[in-house]
Design a protein around this ligand. Structure first.
Ligand code: BGC
Length: 898
């Protein structure tokens, strides 16, 4: 078969999603081709409410053949979609020669409940006169019901105030954790959908049971020991639709007929852990026929249903189970398990002990100088699990509504010698699609990449958090903003950030300012810092760039604009942001003794971000066709650049601030032109050299420092900086045993002592933002922003990175991209690229000459797939169509990297 074929189709980034509430779901597909330079020239999408697509099938949408190269996120435009209905679709494409593909496999999507009218259930909670509504214990609620006859289909729609877990006939429903997830509950509360047909017993007695914990809704949240932030009553809302073979439907719903109780979970808090008494288990509590006469009634809770939305991002799940690597006794005589990896999730164990045996697990991230566990950095988060055995054979357990950030677990009360086999670390996070890999010849850089990925796993647990262990774990906007580009290499983060950005928009203040954390749970005055609030602009723009998702830009546009307008109204001068509270270059090493805030002037940082966000707003306005705004904010941008120059650049071209970060920002945000640019870059080099090739930057400067050096001709210094192994550097932490990214460059000092307990996370992804430089600048896998989402790929590999080889791969929305290089001796390197169908690439290869290069063994001029070739500015430039390429050098005039 020649031409393009469709490998798979997706709806809203997912395979066969159920429970959507978007009225215009979007379709994407991946293509394969056996020829090079394959492009799509047209497509056709058909949708129907049945799966057979025969001649007589009534279509609800048929695009007919549409001339277009679009294969990503094409929005449905057919008949209105109905709640709970399943729809099927298929796609075919034509390549640029007009070859028509086969139809894709038939896929489906299914709508969830679509609005207030679809909700007939009541919110329920245990009867407060019997069960203390403020009890720490997790509530149980249950109901028996009958399934009349053969079931065709069954769907459960459920949400809660607090966290829920569900069981049907004694079996767990689904595999999602910490549902309904964390959103700005005041405005948005997610509903999950489960296909439960397989759990029902036809023609028999059935039962459903729900556990209900405090979670983010009413549990401890934030470092001020706050509780009940969203409300003080836990409640459940559920509708179970049973569609029978005979065409009728029955709905089981939460109402006054349910029964309630408490069970074995005596306490469960996100930060503090769980207390579980297995002796209180009633194994059949979610099975039909349990004698629940002693259970309490439930009360109806009056709570709105108009904030309900269907699940937006991927669910949070257990994604890996890792075995501990050792168990030993510390100098203090404590028995400690080492997971070998700082991870986030829960410890699962199996144990056999007499009833009443109490086992306590305390979770920590690091050991102290003496080799004992260190819990000071957890602040008030207890991270402690207490389990009381029921006896009578092997029992197994893991907590339910709490998660821990840990590498080490102190075991108390364990019967006998613990065997490693009895334990497994369940790694839990939003189940995003892994998309990127980076590897090179430097083992410590590979460990760095691994630490970045683990940091992302641990902190992408439904919202992007600063850290996963201490009494914080909040959606800090600044941290998310600095890390998002790296995040989008490692995993598919579009749905994850789409959800979070909707919360940002919901929590944004009327004046356009953005709270420090999203969902917003801090104080009334906690909003507005530069580089933190800019997440409102940087994050939607990055999602658009990496995934071509225009809808995110459309949805967030008002929020982006409101932030820029807010900043504009803030400064005493409309084009300088020189007032208000700012975190500055947070944790910069040039901070004054005792301060967290680096030495870079805050008004310089604020004005640079003002310019940056305004420039992104202009780009967004252009993409969306808002030409008036584009022009208006383009003008604002010019004014900011002028005001910046006036305020911070001396007439002879020096910068009136003297830190690395101060030099990085104008360079990277394009606020200065030649010759000032060159001068700034040279001074930045001096500042880094003064530190013997080390950084002094904090949260704001670090993500861009190495890019600023590489982009301005000092890649060698960027390489030295990133490959430093002594303090302060990324690799220093690895020498100290880090398996995740630390909050502080010296979280553990060379003598093994710690940075203060007050603020010392060992799993803080912010400095992991270097990952994007590894992918883009070292392996050279980048995009040309004029055609986002890697529709036009840019390969800029750098064999002068002090390495023998580097390779990156990235599963883009068009398919797999690969950029690799390895040195072959004598100053030569070989390059390998993979370009997916329906994209093109530009490869920029430094120091290579046309005549001295072979592409897949052929002369460049004869090689299939090479669209254009030329030399410019010491670079060989190749335009490549889709396909795999191996580019080898015959000889080279300069061998500078050897
Ligand atoms: C968080 C940070 C955050 C910062 C604000 C800290 O407590 O952990 O990562 O950005 O506060 O400066």
């Amino acid at each position: 078969m020649t031409g393009l074929q469709i490998v798979y189709v997706r709806c809203e980034y997912r395979d066969n999603p159920i429970g959507l509430d978007t009225r215009k779901p979007r379709f994407s597909w991946l293509l394969s081709s056996d020829s090079r330079h394959a492009l799509q020239s047209a497509y056709r999408i058909q949708a129907a409410d049945r799966a057979d697509f025969s001649e007589t099938t009534l279509l609800i949408w048929d695009t007919q053949k549409l001339e277009s190269d679009r294969s990503v996120l094409i929005a449905y435009e057919g008949e209105p979609l109905k709640a709970r209905s399943r729809y099927y679709y298929r796609v075919k494409v034509w390549d640029q020669e007009g070859h028509e593909s086969d139809w894709s496999e038939i896929a489906f999507w299914e709508m969830g409940l679509l609005g207030l009218d679809d909700w007939t259930a009541d919110w329920i909670t245990p009867d407060a006169s019997v069960i203390d509504p403020y009890a720490d214990a997790v509530f149980l609620m249950r109901k028996d019901f009958t399934v009349r006859e053969a079931v065709r289909n069954a769907r459960l729609y459920v949400t809660s105030l607090g966290l829920y877990e569900l069981e049907l006939n004694g079996l767990r429903v689904g595999n999602a954790e910490y549902t309904p997830g964390w959103t700005s509950y005041k405005y948005r509360l997610q509903v999950q959908t489960y296909d439960v047909a397989g759990l029902l017993c036809e023609g028999n007695g059935n039962a459903i049971g729900a556990s209900l914990a405090n979670g983010w809704y009413k549990g401890y949240l934030g470092w001020k020991q706050q509780r009940n932030l969203y409300g003080d009553t836990r409640a459940l809302l559920l509708q179970l639709y049973i569609d029978y073979e005979d065409g009728t439907t029955e709905v089981i719903r939460t109402d006054g007929s349910w029964k309630s109780n408490t069970g074995p979970i005596r306490l469960s808090e996100l930060y503090h852990g769980e207390t579980y008494d297995a002796r209180m288990e009633q194994f059949d509590w979610s099975c039909h026929g349990l004698d629940d006469t002693k259970w309490a009634a439930v009360s109806l809770v009056s709570h709105t249903k108009d904030k309900l939305i269907m699940q937006e991002s991927e669910l949070v799940r257990i994604t890996q189970r890792i075995k501990p690597v050792s168990v030993w006794k510390t100098p203090a005589g404590e028995t400690v398990l080492d997971m070998g990896q700082n991870m986030v999730g829960r410890l699962h164990f199996r144990v056999e002990a007499p009833a009443g045996t109490q086992i306590t697990l305390q979770h920590v991230e690091v050991l102290d100088q003496a080799g004992n566990i260190y819990s000071g950095n957890l602040r008030t988060a207890k991270q402690t699990v207490q389990y009381t055995c029921k006896g009578g054979g092997e029992e197994s357990y893991e907590p339910h509504f709490s998660f821990q950030g840990f590498r080490y677990v102190k075991l108390e009360g364990w019967p006998g010698e613990p065997s490693l086999d009895a334990f497994a670390g369940h790694v839990i996070h939003t189940d995003m699609e892994p998309t990127g890999t980076f590897e090179c010849s430097h083992p410590l850089l590979n460990q760095l990449q691994s630490n970045i990925v683990w940091g992302q796993r641990g902190n992408f647990l439904d919202v992007p958090t600063d850290c996963p262990q201490r009494d914080e774990r909040l959606g800090w906007t600044g941290d998310a903003q600095v890390f998002i580009r790296t995040a989008a290499f490692n995993f598919g983060v579009a749905p994850f950030f789409t959800k979070w950005l909707r919360d940002l928009k919901a929590d944004q203040r009327e004046d356009g300012s953005v709270p420090f954390v999203i969902p917003h749970v801090l104080g009334e005055t906690d909003y507005g810092s530069a580089a933190w609030g800019d997440a409102a602009v940087v994050c939607p723009w990055t999602v658009y760039l990496c995934y071509g998702d225009k809808q995110v830009l459309e949805e967030q546009y008002d929020s982006m604009k409101a932030w820029v307008d807010y900043v504009r109204s803030e400064g005493e001068d409309p084009y300088l942001w020189n007032n208000g509270f700012h975190f500055g270059d947070w944790l910069g090493l040039d901070a004054k003794e005792g301060s967290y805030i680096g030495a870079t002037p805050k008004d310089l940082i604020a004005t640079c971000f003002f310019a940056y966000s305004t420039s992104l707003l202009v780009k967004a306005a252009k993409v969306l066709g808002y030409s008036e705004d584009a022009e208006r904010y383009g003008h604002v941008y010019e004014q900011i650049v002028g005001a910046f120059a006036n305020e911070f650049i001396t007439p002879s071209g020096r910068l009136a601030a003297h830190t690395q970060t101060a030099y990085v920002l104008p360079l990277i945000f394009g606020l200065v032109d030649a010759p000032v640019k060159e001068r700034l870059a040279r001074t930045l080099v001096d500042y880094v050299e003064e530190q013997d090739g080390h950084l002094t930057t904090g949260f704001v400067g670090t993500p861009y420092l190495s890019h600023a050096l590489t982009d301005h001709g000092y890649h060698d210094l960027a390489v030295r900086l990133v490959q430093q192994e002594d303090y302060p550097s990324w690799l220093y932490a690895i020498h100290q045993g880090a398996t995740t990214i630390w909050e502080h460059w010296d979280g553990i000092k060379p003598d093994g002592s710690f940075w203060s307990d007050r603020m010392n996370s060992y799993n803080h992804y912010a400095y992991g933002s270097i990952g994007d430089w590894l992918y883009r600048a070292v392996a050279g896998l980048d995009m040309d922003e004029t055609e986002p989402a890697y529709k036009r790929i840019l390969f800029r590999p750098r064999p002068d990175s002090g390495l023998d080889y580097a390779k990156a791969s990235y599963q883009s929305v068009y398919g797999k991209i690969r950029s690799e290089w390895y040195k072959t001796g004598g100053g030569l390197a070989t390059y390998e690229f993979e370009v997916p169908p329906n994209t093109t690439a530009t490869a920029l290869l430094r120091g290579l000459k046309l005549e001295a290069v072979r592409v897949n063994g052929e002369l460049v001029s004869e090689a299939a797939g090479v669209i254009e070739a030329g030399e410019q500015e010491e670079m060989l430039q190749l335009r490549l169509g889709s396909g795999s390429y191996r580019i080898s050098q015959l000889h080279t005039s300069d061998a500078e990297w050897d």
